[in-house]
Design a protein around this ligand. Structure first.
Ligand code: HSE
Length: 430
């Protein structure tokens, strides 16, 4: 028999905290039934006791002193929704030392210190739940850890940043320019406080650290991920990509090849018929290929008060059930292996290239010669309108080792008839 009431301390009452409290209010009966105990939020740590929060809470629950929560022996679970790294890490370690279960939505912290914290939790006989740290309301952590646990995961392809997906969708479907689309994404509240983390691919790379660690059962360092953001994409690229049968998406990609792992975040042309091409606006998705299950895809809202609150509330149900059934550390995933990382140079990729060249005889021939002599085979080639004697050439290669393509590119840049390399993006066919 479990406890009748489980007491919880909440650290932070921002957007996600407000969503969590609303869910616990509107779905109280269901949550209690599934958890097997009534859940009581006993104390909430806030910075400002008087701020309006968009959710009804008893002001008597609010405190500005973290010790009131971390040192309260009646509190079995703490939920960390503060974000950032140093302060939240200190609180989580303090809670584990005091034998509390921990739930967190903190992507940056789990990406950079998740392995150490999970190890510490195991030593304390407790657990950390972090479903909300990646993909907001989309179940990703549990499926990778449990439901797909018997698979060797071959590949992960993720659209795991809503801001950039919103921008690229607006550029593609509504012909909007980059800055206007970014301003809309910010106004809708998808972007991080510093949108550079979204635009430069850092946010997606943090999420890939967490997902790839689970999928490939290893500890992934942020520095091992190749990261390229979306700021080099112009509406012309989006337009030509569609003409060639592709969409441009910021993809987070994790693959286990014979020699090791490839981890990367970069703008990618994907075929219009790929399921990820249907992931529009702020939606996120993770496409997973397992050696037994085949292809599966998880789709939904990757951020927001209620979706992310829904993941936190599900973790809360699990944590309460663990306490009630005394299976505290039965589902830990800390036996991470070391796996070699393959450099991008070794990787076979297809490329999209857009360049400006003098519109004169022999230009195509010299491009073809350079690619041919570096063993790069061309798949598609377009010449667009010529303006003032300058032609715009767009081409897509077949898959080739990146180092061969880069050698060819270096030679193309030195060709006098080629005036400008506008853009270079990778292409995937499936
Ligand atoms: N800024 C993030 C995004 C929010 O755009 O997806 C969730 O991490």
């Amino acid at each position: 028999m479990g406890k009748k009431i489980i007491k919880v301390g909440l650290l932070g009452l921002g957007t996600v905290g407000a969503g969590l409290i609303k869910i616990l209010q509107i779905n109280e009966e269901q949550v209690t039934q599934r958890a097997g105990s009534k859940i009581e939020i006993k104390k909430i740590l806030v910075r400002d006791l008087h701020r309006m929060r968009g959710v009804e809470v008893n002001p008597g629950l609010l405190t500005t002193d973290p010790r009131e929560i971390l040192d309260d022996p009646e509190i079995d679970i703490i939920i960390e929704l503060i974000g950032g790294i140093n302060e939240s890490r200190k609180y989580i370690e303090g809670a584990l030392k005091n034998k509390k279960f921990v739930i967190t939505a903190n992507k940056d912290l789990m990406a950079t210190a998740g392995a150490e914290l999970l190890l510490m939790a195991r030593e304390e006989g407790r657990n950390i739940y972090y479903e909300a740290s990646v993909g907001g309301g989309i179940p990703l952590i549990r499926p990778l850890k449990h439901s797909l646990g018997a698979n060797k995961i071959i590949r992960l392809l993720g659209i795991i940043n809503g801001t950039t997906n919103y921008i690229l969708t607006k550029m593609s479907l509504d012909n909007m320019d980059f800055d206007a689309a970014l301003a809309e994404a910010q106004a809708k509240g998808f972007a991080e406080q510093d949108p550079a983390n979204d635009l430069e691919g850092k946010d997606a790379a943090y999420k890939l650290c967490i997902l790839a660690g689970l999928a490939f059962n290893c500890k992934v360092d942020f520095e091992d991920i190749y990261v390229q953001g979306i700021s080099g994409i112009s509406s012309r690229d989006v337009f030509y990509a569609r003409e060639l049968g592709y969409d441009i998406k910021l993809l987070a990609i994790g693959e286990e090849l014979e020699k090791g792992l490839v981890l990367r975040v970069h703008p990618t042309l994907i075929p219009l018929k790929h399921p990820l091409s249907a992931v529009l606006y702020e939606n996120n998705a993770l496409f997973v290929v397992g050696n037994a299950v085949g292809e599966v895809m998880f789709y939904g809202l990757g951020a927001g008060s209620m979706p992310t609150g829904s993941s936190v509330a599900a973790d809360l149900i699990d944590a309460v059930r663990s306490i009630n059934h005394q299976v505290e550390n039965g589902i830990m995933e800390v036996n991470f292996q070391e796996k070699p990382i393959i450099s991008m140079d070794e990787l076979p990729s297809s490329f999209y290239l857009r360049l400006q060249a003098e519109d004169q005889s022999g230009v195509f021939a010299s491009l073809a010669t350079i690619f041919g002599s570096e063993n790069v085979s061309l798949n598609m080639i377009l010449q667009k309108h010529s303006v003032e004697g300058m032609a715009e050439i767009v081409l897509v290669t077949h898959a080739t080792a990146e180092k061969n393509f880069n050698l060819a590119l270096k030679r193309i840049k030195q060709t006098s008839a080629i005036k400008k390399i506008n853009s270079v993006f990778r292409v995937i066919e499936k």
